[in-house]
Design a binder for this molecule. Structure first.
Ligand SMILES: CC(=O)N[C@H]1[C@@H](OP(=O)(O)OP(=O)(O)OC[C@H]2O[C@@H](n3ccc(=O)[nH]c3=O)[C@H](O)[C@@H]2O)O[C@H](CO)[C@@H](O)[C@@H]1O[C@H](C)C(=O)N[C@@H](C)C(=O)N[C@H](CCC(=O)O)C(=O)O
Ligand SMILES: Nc1ncnc2c1ncn2[C@@H]1O[C@H](COP(=O)(O)OP(=O)(O)OP(=O)(O)O)[C@@H](O)[C@H]1O
Ligand SMILES: N[C@H](CCC[C@H](N)C(=O)O)C(=O)O
Ligand SMILES: [Mg+2]
Length: 473
């Protein structure tokens, strides 16, 4: 592609790629120079040009010598649009999910439901870039814009026609997922998380609302879990933009959750759609997974799925890695679950999911990540203390923070909890404490395969450790 084709000018230079990190620039690259949280990408413009960048997307005020300056008021948005034109085509049907919790579960379920209906489907999110056959992690929930667009274009070349991706608030703020035609966008819920980055809940919510106000196609459909207190603003926005609206939940108009009855390994759902009550057994436990399943069904219906077929498909959903995943049954007979809950609301949802299944004590092992929202730690401790029977506070991913300091923050909310910084020992303690009537819940890391301590990523997988420890008991 010639540079002129992207800028509308007559530059004959051939564009070979896009980069937002100067260290990834090669001859022919278009470099995006963005003001970031840590450094200003504009400081690397000379280095990018020295490495062969033929154009730089940057603010009007930036100094660009020796390459075409594509000046823009919003360099991140401009860069994404140009990159999208370079990487196109993309899958014909793309949908996005945002919300504090439920994004991964919902995109995975959407992918599975599409696959049941014969579609070639993929998902992009915390669990990586996933198709039916393979999964490649990117390290982020919403990868950087070049990784995202190039991967999505690659999926289209492989024949993928349906994509569901997680639009994290960081990703939306940093314009990582622009340039696609998004046919439907879903809102799961909003509660406390990432305030270290957004500052306050209003800014956090505003970041998420951008999915519905700017990223979703004007003729797109909005799918909303209306039982969340914040959903009203999303509904109002959809109405103002005259988007098609699919509301789901106990107060949903289009997919109304009439009843939910926990069974041993799942739950019986009655869902009213188009005046018909559909019965289906969801093979996943927890109200939160019923919520995500309805949102996923809403997205599939929004993109042409038959309602009855889609609802019936919920009965064949496979568990989502690290989301109430049953890791092992301890020798004592106590089941051990691993969940990704790392916010107060998620912890509450995970405990509530297991409560109907435990006749004895719910034994909880959890921590909180370093270099993330510190204000959520004490509330997480409070939820644990109030809703679990035995609480063991341990390390999650301390990153650059002192592990003991993170635990101390949590313990302010759970003063009677047991403190064991070594995550393996904490899991061992929980499993050795559990008897046949108890349930062990290990929360916060879910599917993660490593524990980030400083700059190191130590191999650690909650499910594997639980199995090893149970085997040693
Ligand atoms: C806080 C945050 O979101 N940071 C992300 C962001 O960095 P930034 O824009 O602030 O960039 P910066 O590090 O200040 O650098 C500014 C610019 O200079 C460029 N640069 C920088 C250094 C250099 O030598 N050369 C160079 O060109 C950078 O590429 C960047 O474009 O853009 C980078 C490139 O896309 C991301 O790698 C980085 O993710 C960091 C590693 C991260 O940990 N992000 C987490 C918090 C995150 O994004 N999490 C969300 C939410 C997960 C959830 O929902 O729970 C996710 O989507 O994963
Ligand atoms: N609909 C929901 N309502 C409340 N809590 C939920 C919901 N869905 C998931 N959770 C909780 O949040 C945890 C994370 O779920 P999931 O990974 O699907 O969310 P996510 O939005 O992708 O998270 P992240 O932002 O970290 O990527 C789950 O393990 C569960 O504890
Ligand atoms: N992927 C998300 C959640 C990480 C969850 C928890 N394990 C932590 O480290 O905080 C993030 O990077 O914010
Ligand atoms: Mg996720």
């Amino acid at each position: 592609m010639k540079l002129g084709a992207l800028t509308g000018g007559d530059e004959a230079a051939t564009v070979t790629g896009f980069a937002i990190d100067h260290r990834k620039v090669a001859p022919g690259t278009i470099f995006g120079a963005f003001e970031g949280a840590r450094v200003n990408g504009e400081d690397y413009i000379p280095a990018a040009i020295a490495a062969g960048a033929i154009a730089v997307v940057a603010r009007h005020e930036a100094v660009v010598e020796g390459a075409v300056h594509i000046a823009a008021d919003n360099p991140r948005a401009c860069f994404a649009e140009l990159a999208a034109r370079f990487f196109a085509p993309f899958p014909a049907t793309c949908v996005a999910v945002t919300g504090t919790n439920g994004k991964t579960s919902t995109v995975e379920m959407t992918r599975q439901l599409w696959r049941m209906q014969g579609q070639s489907a993929a998902s992009v999110g915390t669990l990586g870039v996933a198709t039916a056959g393979e999964r490649v992690t990117t390290g982020l929930t919403t990868p950087d814009v070049v990784t995202f667009l190039s991967n999505v274009a690659g999926l289209a070349r492989e024949g993928v026609t349906h994509l569901a991706f997680e639009a994290s608030s960081h990703g939306l703020t940093q314009y990582r997922t622009e340039g696609l035609h998004v046919s439907a966008a879903a809102f799961t819920n909003l509660s406390r998380d990432h305030l270290d980055y957004h500052g306050d809940m209003a800014a956090y919510f505003t970041a998420k609302l951008r999915l519905f106000s700017e990223v979703l196609a004007p003729d797109g459909t909005v799918v909303v879990w209306v039982d969340d207190p914040h959903s009203e603003r999303v509904v109002d926005l959809a109405r103002a933009r005259r988007n098609r609206l699919i509301t789901v939940g106990e107060h949903g108009d289009d997919l109304r959750l009439v009843s939910r009855d926990p069974t041993l390994f799942g739950q019986g759902l009655v869902i009213a759609a188009d005046g018909v009550e559909h019965r289906v057994t969801l093979p996943l436990i927890g109200a939160y997974q019923a919520a995500n399943a309805l949102i996923a069904a809403g997205l599939v219906i929004a993109t042409g799925g038959d309602p009855a077929t889609t609802i019936a498909g919920l009965g064949r959903l496979q568990p989502v890695r690290g989301r109430l995943e049953r890791a092992v049954i301890a020798p004592s007979g106590a089941p051990v679950y691993v969940d990704y809950a790392h916010t107060p609301d998620a912890l509450e949802a995970a405990i509530a999911a297991l409560r109907p299944h435990v006749s004895g004590r719910l034994i909880l092992v959890f921590g909180a990540g370093g270099d993330r929202d510190q204000g959520k730690r004490e509330p997480m401790g409070e939820v644990a203390a109030a809703q679990a029977d035995v609480v063991i506070v341990t390390d999650d991913n301390p990153r650059s923070e002192q592990p003991a300091a993170i635990r101390a923050d949590i313990l302010k909310g759970a003063p009677h909890a047991t403190e064991q910084g070594d995550r393996r020992e904490a899991i061992r303690l929980a499993i050795s404490e559990a008897t046949a009537d108890d349930i062990v819940l290990i929360a916060g890391k879910g599917h993660e395969q490593g524990q980030i301590v400083g700059d190191l990523v130590l191999p650690f997988d909650d499910v594997s450790v639980a199995r090893e420890v149970a085997g040693e008991a």
